[in-house]
Design a protein around this ligand. Structure first.
Ligand code: PRP
Length: 179
């Protein structure tokens, strides 16, 4: 375990088992279709790569990047599009792949924006759901795990851009961010 990690919340094995279940569920619910898997950079990258590799139906890949307007503005719900999709999504079945839903601002903004482009459907697949922090009412259609309100890092999740490459999801030691 990394020295800055207090404890492991979801091990590498737990993550892979749950991801395999989610992939099987998506395979069956999207059978006969070719969903467009939209990964939200950067946090979703590990989940996205493992989820897509565990799926067996044909999929297409695309990515978006979102940022908040300046410091602290996430709590105001203002988000900005940094990178848009490469292709049109009209008539497509879109699955947004996220690492975590916290306040819900990011996904509610994204869902609204994508819906305006007339896709056939838009669903949300999130690895973690920090439900206790929700400000706007948004739910994942496919969810990996409920997550306690702890500072979680690893498997794509960062603190100041670090720890994204840990193969598990852990709780960050308070001493690291209260320095
Ligand atoms: C995180 C996460 C979600 C968002 C969730 O991204 O990946 O996109 O925050 O929070 P919300 O529900 O409160 O909107 P972040 O902005 O930290 O960027 P990153 O993915 O590059 O780490």
């Amino acid at each position: 375990m990394h020295q800055d990690v207090e404890s492991i919340m979801f091990s590498k094995e737990q993550l892979q088992m749950r991801i395999a279940e989610l992939a099987a569920q998506l395979d069956s619910e999207y059978a006969g279709k070719t969903p467009l898997m939209v990964g939200i950079l950067k946090g979703s990258v590990m989940f996205y790569a493992d989820l897509l590799r565990a799926m067996t139906i044909p999929v297409e890949m695309d990515f978006m990047a979102i940022s908040s307007y300046g410091a602290g503005s996430k709590s105001s719900g203002e988000v900005k599009l940094i990178k848009d999709l490469d292709r049109k999504i009209e008539g497509r079945d879109v699955i947004i792949v996220e690492d975590i839903i916290d306040s819900g601002y990011t996904l509610s903004y994204l869902k609204r924006m994508l819906y305006s482009r007339k896709p056939s459907s838009v669903k949300i697949c999130a690895l973690l759901d920090k439900y206790s922090r929700r400000v706007v009412p948004i739910e994942a259609d496919y969810k990996g795990f409920d997550c306690e309100d702890e500072f979680v890092i690893g498997f794509g999740l960062d603190y100041a851009e670090r720890y994204r490459n840990l193969p598990y999801i852990g709780i960050l030691k308070r001493s690291v961010y209260e320095k």
